[in-house]
Design a protein around this ligand. Structure first.
Ligand SMILES: [Zn+2]
Length: 93
C-alpha cells in the first residue's frame, strides 16, 4: 500500500531516543490497528489485523462498514456497533 518512492528524499531523523510516553501514544496513520471481532459463523472472537489507522479512520468517518474476517470459516462480516466503538476509543487515546 505504501508507495515506495525515494526521490526527493527528506532528511528524517532516524534515531529515536529510547522509549518515551509520547511515542507510545502516537499512532502513525500507516500503523496496523489490530482489534477483535466476533465471527458470526463460529462465534469466536477473531483478531483483525487488516486495517491501518488511516483506513479505520476513513471508514469510521464515512460510516462505512468495517469488515471482520475469520480465517477458519473464510467468512467476512460487518463488525458490530460495539466493536466499532471499541476501535474509536482505541484510536482516541
Ligand atoms: Zn469463524
Amino acid at each position: 500500500m505504501a508507495a515506495h518512492i525515494n526521490f526527493g528524499r527528506r532528511e528524517k531523523p532516524a534515531h529515536r531516543h529510547g522509549p518515551t510516553n509520547k511515542l507510545a501514544r502516537f499512532r502513525p496513520m500507516n500503523e496496523v490497528i489490530p482489534f477483535m471481532s466476533r465471527c458470526p459463523k463460529c462465534g469466536d472472537r477473531q483478531l483483525q489485523e487488516g486495517y491501518t489507522h488511516r483506513m479505520l479512520r476513513r471508514l469510521l468517518n464515512t460510516h462505512a462498514n468495517i469488515e471482520g474476517y475469520c480465517g477458519l470459516c473464510n467468512e467476512f462480516w460487518a463488525i458490530s456497533g460495539l466493536e466499532r466503538d471499541g476501535i474509536v476509543i482505541g484510536l482516541c487515546d
